[in-house]
Structure formats: C-alpha cells, structure tokens
Design a protein around this ligand. Structure first.
Ligand code: CA
Length: 257
C-alpha cells in the first residue's frame, strides 16, 4: 500500500510538471533567403517562453524576444543551427552537407573507359547522390541530374557543364565559382559563376546547380562544393575529388563540413 502511495505521489508531481509555467520547444521552419546566403528562421510563439536563443554550431549568436530571426551567412555559416525557448527545449536544424569521395577522376581525353571523366549528381534531398561515370554512362534524360566533365583544354584542365559539350542540355546545369571571403559560403550572385571553369590542383570550387535552367538563382537551385587534390599527368590528367552538396535546406548556399 505504501508503494502504491509513492507511485501516486510521483505521478502527481509529473502531472504538475506539465502544467502552468512549463516552457515548450519551438517548432522551427528554416528557409534560404538572399539567393541562398542567409537562413531565415520562423516559429510559433512557445507558451511561457519570453526569449529565445539562437545558436550556430552550439555557439550563442543572439537572444531575442521575437519569433523570427535571419542568420546572415556573410557573418559565418554553420553545420547546425539551434533555436532554444529559454527555460524550455531546443530545436536543432541539421545543415551538414552531403559528402562523397569521388576517388580519382581523369580528363576526357583519357582513352581508358574505366577512367571516369564525368561527375553525375542526383539532387533530391535525402536521396542526393554523386558518382562518376564514363561517357557511355551519361543519360541526359534523367530528371534532377547534373553532369559535368573533367576536361583537358589543350593542357588547361577544366570543369565543364554538360550543356557546353556535344551532349547538349541535361536536366540541370552546373556552374562553378571560386571561394569568396567567407569559408563555407557559396557566392550568391550569378556573375560569380561560369559553366566552364579552369581547375587548379589543391583547390575548392563552389557549384551552383540551376535546376530550372533559367540562369537565375532561386530556392529551386542547389549549392555544392568540389574539392580537388593535386593534378597529375601531362595529358591526359587526373586528380582526386570530393564533392559536397547542401541537401538539407533547399537553395541554401552553406557548405560547412
Ligand atoms: Ca534557376
């Protein structure tokens, strides 16, 4: 009987704990704004919360009393953003990009068909997948799929989007840009991007995937980054590559890995 009372008492405490005064957890919507440079956060007011704390990779960025906050990528980008109802719960937004080690890629003039020159990127949220293929494996009819080739232009190695090759337009166009001043932030102006880009060894290039082929950046776009190792050879050339794609928030240009 005593045990029963203790259980009842514990139960009563639990119920009391959920009542008046308890602060809940915000339910946050995150979207890309400013051509993917900034992250816009909104949530409904949490009962009994008076302020909210915003964190980037667990560092406090701001404490506010409104239910809307924009993180400007120009101040730095993050792999995780958190909104905390002070006194209550935290809501985490995972922004870690998709990552794939592509191994060695070879310029298009390499006659060995097992030496892949093409990078294929299927863009679809959680199903995002990057692989390499040879010329025979290129299929321009595949939806949501970008292709670009590692190209030997008379001794200058380049990344070249498929629509600049004899294959013609694919379903997605890729454009390449040098890194800007903020680590992990893809440039957000179309003028920074080119569909043919000279490649230096041991470098990183941002990629803008234009998914509606209109030449404009929008939330329908997708951003990534390709990191290349040293370039080897005298033509054909080869290098190693790792690709990253921001597939968590549509149109966001944050590639923090
Ligand atoms: Ca577009």
């Amino acid at each position: 009987m005593k045990r029963f009372s203790v259980l009842l008492f514990a139960g009563a405490l639990l119920v009391a704990g959920c009542k008046k005064g308890e602060v809940g957890t915000p339910d946050v919507t995150a979207k890309a704004v400013n051509n993917g440079a900034d992250l816009d956060l909104t949530w409904n007011a949490v009962e009994n919360a008076s302020t909210y704390k915003i964190y980037g990779d667990d560092s406090l960025l701001a404490e506010i009393d409104s239910t809307h906050f924009v993180i400007a990528g120009s101040n730095g980008v993050f792999a995780k953003v958190t909104v905390e109802a002070v006194g209550g719960g935290k809501y985490d937004i995972d922004l870690m990009p998709y990552e794939k080690d592509l191994g060695t890629i070879y310029t298009h003039d390499d006659p060995d068909t097992t030496h892949h020159s093409w990078v294929k990127v299927y863009l679809s949220g959680d199903s995002t997948e990057a692989t390499t293929t040879n010329q025979a494996g290129v299929d321009t009819t595949l939806a949501n799929t970008a292709y670009f080739v590692f190209f030997n232009n008379s001794g200058t190695v380049q990344f070249k989007d498929i629509h600049q090759t004899s294959f013609g337009a694919g379903k997605v166009h890729s454009y390449f840009a040098d890194p800007g001043s903020v680590s992990g932030l893809a440039p957000n102006s179309t003028s920074d991007y080119a569909d043919i880009k000279d490649v230096s060894g041991n470098s990183e290039y941002y990629i803008w995937f234009d998914r509606d082929l209109d030449g404009d950046i929008s939330t329908n776009s997708c951003f990534g980054l390709i990191k290349v190792g040293p370039t080897n050879g005298t033509g054909p050339y080869n290098t190693t590559a790792t690709i990253y794609v921001q597939n968590k928030v549509p149109g966001l240009g944050w590639i923090k890995y």
